[in-house]
Ligand binder design. Structure first.
Ligand SMILES: Nc1ncnc2c1ncn2[C@@H]1O[C@H](COP(=O)(O)OP(=O)(O)OP(=O)(O)O)[C@@H](O)[C@H]1O
Ligand SMILES: [Mg+2]
Length: 300
């Protein structure tokens, strides 16, 4: 028995960006040689400035992008090169919650129809309806509201529908890609609490991407830091905040004026030239500095 749900071994995703005479002459290393595990039932936070490769890494785990290098294991199964049928099966166990629920919902479908849709392939009409209804109630969409269209809901309610759609398939793993950054600050905490409740009651495992470091600190058991496609630090949440090791992590954390978390997330949301234009290296060797706290140490 292992308590590991996902294992990445030297995973890379390089995009071809320039071709000369039909041959790829330049690639962008969106994700480069990333290794880590995600434990069953935990929340792993994933942070790093805009363009550091967080979404690409998440999409590669979900098999929405094909890794150009390395291996990905899901519940002990190597899922890196599955055939289409096996891939569909595995993908049902991995869902995604997007930043912008409006874009991910079908404007022509009511709340209940959105949630029935993924179920309809697997259950008869009545069962699918019943499951969708229960799920919507669980996320707080009740009564006549289940027959409303996306445009009739607030941003927070739309995100609740997006969450219901992801969770109703009874997945093991959910990629939460900035699930609250498009929402009013006043309702962000409600959505976070809903995610926490669902995780506890359904035993879900989350990879939680966010620019909001105070939220990441609140929700994550461990945190992974990405910089220019590389993983530079990984550790238990408190350790990482209290004793950051990598120069990039230190810079990231020092960008937060501690007294005002709202301002802090605002500041971090903008790609700060101070962060990008550093001569911080993302090369080195992976070292365990204390139990479960790893850092990419520069070669001397
Ligand atoms: N399909 C693609 N083709 C080419 N380049 C891509 C593709 N998808 C992403 N990239 C590039 O890969 C890099 C990483 O992008 P990614 O979206 O993963 O970053 P991110 O950390 O999620 O950023 P953000 O915080 O802004 O969401 C960026 O330079 C991006 O332009
Ligand atoms: Mg992203």
């Amino acid at each position: 028995m292992t308590n590991e749900l996902i294992r990445l071994e030297s995973v890379s995703k390089h995009f071809p960006i320039k071709k000369t005479l039909g041959r790829v002459t330049e690639t962008l290393k969106a994700v480069d040689d990333v290794s880590f595990t995600i434990k069953k039932g935990e929340t792993l936070g994933l942070v790093g400035e805009s363009g550091s490769g967080k979404t690409t890494l998440g999409r590669t785990i979900l098999q929405l992008e094909h890794a150009t290098g390395g291996k990905i294991f899901f519940d002990g199964i190597d899922i890196t090169n599955l055939n289409a049928k096996d891939k569909r099966e595995i993908q049902q166990r991995m869902q995604i919650i997007f930043q912008d629920p409006y874009a991910s919902l079908n404007p022509k479908r009511t709340a209940i129809e959105q949630v029935i849709e993924p179920l309809s392939l697997h259950y008869d009409k009545q069962e699918a309806h019943q499951r969708a209804l229960e799920m919507l109630n669980k996320v707080g969409i009740e009564g006549d509201a289940i027959h409303k269209y996306p445009r009739e809901f607030s941003g927070g309610q739309r995100q609740r529908i997006g969450i219901a759609r992801a969770v109703v398939m009874n997945p093991d793993f959910i990629l939460c890609d900035e699930p609250i950054s498009a929402l009013d600050v006043s309702i962000q905490a409600q959505i976070i609490n809903l995610l926490v409740e669902l995780q506890a009651s359904l035993g879900l495992t989350y990879l939680f991407i966010s620019h909001d470091l105070s939220m990441v600190r609140y929700i994550s058991d461990r945190i992974a830091v990405m910089y220019l496609g590389k993983l530079v630090e990984l550790g238990p949440t408190d350790k990482l905040f209290e004793q950051p090791q990598h120069a990039y992590t230190k810079k990231l954390l020092s960008a937060i004026p501690v007294a005002d978390p709202a301002l802090a997330s605002q500041a971090f949301n903008q790609t700060s030239p101070a962060l990008s234009n550093t001569n911080i290296s993302n090369e080195g060797y992976w070292t365990e500095v204390s139990p479960e706290h790893f850092v990419l140490k520069e070669d001397i």
